[in-house]
Design a protein around this ligand. Structure first.
Ligand code: FMN
Length: 510
């Protein structure tokens, strides 16, 4: 089977259908996954002393508080890691503590882990560190003197990333992974989709918070998987590397000159004994010996964002408010809405949230511009249940024109409620965003690795929508469970196009 067909196979295998939902995967309640990795006896670097643990002056004035010791001082790294994947709430349930993070996660299972590669730091030794979110601590992955260090470490990391210039010139790089089992415990084979979406949300937080800390953050999706995994000393069968994020001083942004964010996978045959998750992850891997040449993406496959010729609808005009102002407070306050009231959103609110996610260049300083793997692969539809001044119906969002194009008019609350597995969130939201993609075109460009980019970018967009919603006091929740084919029916899109993710926006009851 050609490599790129594995993405289609996995997608078909993990569709939800009304006739079979609930059958299949059994949750082992006696054996829940650990959300944190432990490195017994590893030297620790406590980041808590630098943590503003309430919405204090410190967070309010965060940009002014950039540490005089430099962009990557421990106080800055502490804030960066806290605001991207740190514990922002603890709930006691039946005597058990449940930890909630700065980024949402399907089922609150938090498969995403973060590692740092560091060289030449004033307070940290050279090496690889695991970010332990519950302890808000950096743990040394290798015993001293045994791991790759300093220039050698960054040479290896950059080589694994095809000599990406931003990686080669960095002194700090974040590496994001997903521990598949944490999510698969509950969601079975479909968990890979959620691992990617969750990790995309975390990446979205980097994109939002880094510039506020004076940090320029780029994202590299093209790397030799096994080489980065070996540097992190992680077991590839359980944990996959999803992105390398080199960090630089924002003032040096013009000199960074990164390589391409996304590259195609090798022609990889998954191991026959692998389960669905390992199959799709391996099919999306890049191997050293048959890595595609740079620029292998075929420009003929470019997806014009005006491929849909829908009728004109509604122009979206964002307000004058700068959502980036104090956006860090929104990250810390963010929680997923559990119940929407069903009341309408204002049109400017919808415009503000969409602009923040898709067109921040209209509203933000250029250095805050998000870096996606390849956003041109994604399309967005907006189901309007209740937005002032917009007839209920289905619209296609054209970000370049900030316009909702009419697909069809008429209420669809009943359909959207049903296809979201009967979740009232979708029925009672003011607007439901559906992120879709042409899987055939995406895999022609990137092989099965496209499946990663699509879901990571959709999660990233979802996080920008989440944070924008909280920033303007609206409610928001992601939806990762839906009847796939019924989404296509609602949107009237062909089977080769898939629903990647759903984000609900509305008035929160809580
Ligand atoms: C990819 C993804 C899918 C999600 N799917 C759903 C969903 O289908 N229904 C729901 O109620 N919440 C969903 N959520 C929200 C999570 O339940 C929520 O993030 C988690 O419980 C943690 O709570 P918090 O977001 O308030 O921090 C989803 C979140 C993500 C990131």
């Amino acid at each position: 089977m050609p490599d790129r067909l594995f993405a289609r196979t996995y997608h078909q295998q993990t569709k939800y259908h009304p006739s079979s939902i609930g059958a299949g995967h059994q949750i082992d309640w006696e054996n829940p996954p650990e959300q944190f990795k432990e490195y017994a006896g590893a030297p620790k670097f406590d980041l808590r002393p630098y943590l503003p643990n309430a919405e204090t002056e410190t967070w309010q004035a965060l940009p002014a508080l950039n540490d005089p010791d430099g962009t990557f001082s421990l106080p800055q790294l502490s804030k960066l890691l806290f605001a991207t994947n740190g514990i922002t709430a603890v709930m006691l349930q039946g005597g058990q503590k449940h930890y909630f993070r700065a980024a949402p996660s399907a089922g609150a299972l938090y498969p995403t882990d973060l590692y740092l590669a560091v060289r030449g730091h004033a307070d940290l030794p050279d090496g690889i560190f695991y970010y332990h979110a519950r302890e808000h601590t950096l743990l040394e992955v290798y015993p001293r003197g045994l791991g790759p260090e300093g220039d050698e470490l960054f040479r290896k990391l950059a080589a694994a990333c095809f000599d990406d210039r931003a990686v080669a010139s960095a002194s700090v790089a974040v590496i994001a992974t997903a521990v598949f089992w944490r999510s698969a415990w509950r969601y079975g084979a479909r968990a890979y989709r959620r691992c990617l979406l969750d990790s995309g949300h975390v990446i979205g937080n980097f994109d939002i918070i880094a510039p506020r800390l004076g940090i320029a953050c780029t994202i590299v999706g093209g790397f030799v998987d096994s080489e980065v995994a070996a540097l992190l000393a992680i077991p590839e069968a359980r944990e996959g590397v999803l992105g390398v994020l080199p960090l630089h001083d924002l003032d040096d942004r013009d000199d960074i000159n990164p390589g391409p964010s996304a590259r195609a996978s090798s022609s990889t045959e998954p191991k026959p004994e692998a389960d669905e998750i390992l199959s799709i992850h391996t099919a999306g891997a890049i191997r050293r010996k048959d890595a595609p040449a740079p620029g292998a993406a075929n420009d003929d496959d470019l997806l014009p964002s005006d491929k849909y010729a829908f009728a004109p609808g509604v122009k979206l005009k964002p307000s004058d408010e700068d959502l980036n102002d104090q956006i860090e407070i929104a990250i810390l306050r963010r929680r997923s809405t559990r119940v929407f009231t069903g009341e309408p959103l204002k049109l400017t609110e919808l415009a503000d949230m969409l602009a923040f996610a898709y067109r921040p260049d209209l509203r933000l300083p250029p250095e805050a511009g998000p870096v996606y793997f390849d956003k041109s692969l994604l399309e967005t539809f907006v189901v309007v249940n209740a937005v002032e001044g917009v007839a209920p119906g289905v619209y296609h969002f054209a970000p370049n024109f900030m316009e909702l194009l009419t697909v069809r008019k008429g209420p669809v609350r009943r359909e959207i409620y049903h296809l979201a597995l009967g979740q009232e969130l979708a029925r009672d939201a003011g607007a439901v965003l559906i992120h879709t993609a042409d899987l055939d075109a995406a895999t022609r460009r990137y092989g099965s690795r496209a499946y990663r980019y699509l879901h990571l970018d959709a999660g990233h967009l979802g996080q920008r929508l989440n944070v924008a919603a909280i920033r303007i006091n609206a409610g928001v929740s992601g939806i990762g469970g839906f009847f796939d084919d019924e989404v296509n029916e609602l949107l009237n899109i062909p089977e080769k196009e898939l629903c990647v993710y759903i984000t609900c926006l509305g008035r929160a009851a809580n």
